[in-house]
Design a protein around this ligand. Structure first.
Ligand code: KIV
Ligand code: NA
Length: 277
């Protein structure tokens, strides 16, 4: 399969072709996504929760993101990869945001970066775009600033917050982002934004009527056990499969049934091992 570029994503919106998107944090998961024919991979800072065991995304560092992006690129050389800018990497200044976006590109070969926020990060988006990179905006439930929302909760369900999100979406487009992700907002608002904006609008937990869907691999594959948001459809239960497999292995070892003859390297024929012992 030919690797997609930004023009493919613009064309897909125009033609009503849905883009498929999942997170991955390491080589095997990236490889599975590419083998399945996924359009895009997000190396989300959700890696803090899904693979590092933090209870939020705030502790995730640039070094964490870069090293996971590198592994994902090795696993999915022909897939569009979005590097997620961690908390602190773009909050301080436009210059700092550009510097960190550059690191994602030079050190981890991402295709674009994503950062959270609307009107308040417009100058950051503009600065990164002016430096020659592609940006995806992210509004609605924004985990890095979820303290201000009162936790991981849906937003845009009332006129006041919905109006704010519309202004945020317009600001993101105006700032030069080539696409925007909306998280945990009502499908009615998602549909309005997808029609109103020229750039692709992708949803995570924001309903169907837009240009593509994202899910977190740990959620959809049943690996992340701390909680499951309402919007997640579980397509597999990897946690159950892994725990069952480990239990069987434990039992086999304790009973002396593993490894049996099938799993060992026997002495070569004709070798006189008796003389050795
Ligand atoms: O980090 C991530 O996986 C994300 C999604 C929750 C949108 O940003
Ligand atoms: Na994120």
């Amino acid at each position: 399969v030919k690797k997609k570029n930004v023009l493919d994503f613009i064309r897909m919106k125009k033609e009503g072709e849905k883009a498929t998107w999942v997170t991955a944090y390491d080589f095997p998961m990236a490889s599975f996504a590419e083998q399945a024919g996924m359009d895009m991979i997000l190396v989300g800072d959700s890696l803090g929760m899904v693979v590092l065991g933090y209870n939020g995304t705030v502790p995730v560092t640039m070094e964490d993101c870069i090293s996971h992006c590198q592994a994902v690129r090795r696993g999915a050389p022909n897939t569009w990869i979005v590097g997620d800018m961690p908390f602190g990497s773009y909050q301080i200044s436009d210059e700092g945001a550009v510097e960190n976006a550059v690191r994602f590109h030079k050190e981890a070969d991402v295709d674009c970066v994503k950062l959270e926020g609307g009107q308040r990060v417009a100058s950051r988006i503009r600065a990164i775009v002016d430096a020659g990179m592609l940006v995806i905006g992210h509004i609605g439930l924004t985990p890095q600033s979820s303290g201000q929302l009162g936790g991981f909760r849906a937003t845009g369900r009332d006129v006041v917050t919905a109006r704010n999100l519309i202004n945020d979406a317009l600001a993101v487009q105006e700032a030069g982002a080539y696409a925007i992700l909306v998280e945990a907002i009502p499908p009615e608002l998602t549909e309005f934004l997808a029609k109103k904006l020229d750039i692709p609008v992708y949803s995570i937990g924001a309903g169907e009527p837009c240009d593509g869907q994202l899910l977190i691999c740990g959620d959809m594959l049943g690996m992340f056990q701390a909680f499951t948001p309402k919007f997640v459809k579980k397509y597999a239960n990897i946690a159950e499969i892994a725990v069952e497999a480990f239990k069987e292995y434990i039992e086999d070892v304790r009973k002396g049934e593993f490894p049996n003859d099938d799993y060992v390297y026997h002495v070569k024929e004709g070798e006189d091992f008796e003389s050795l012992f």
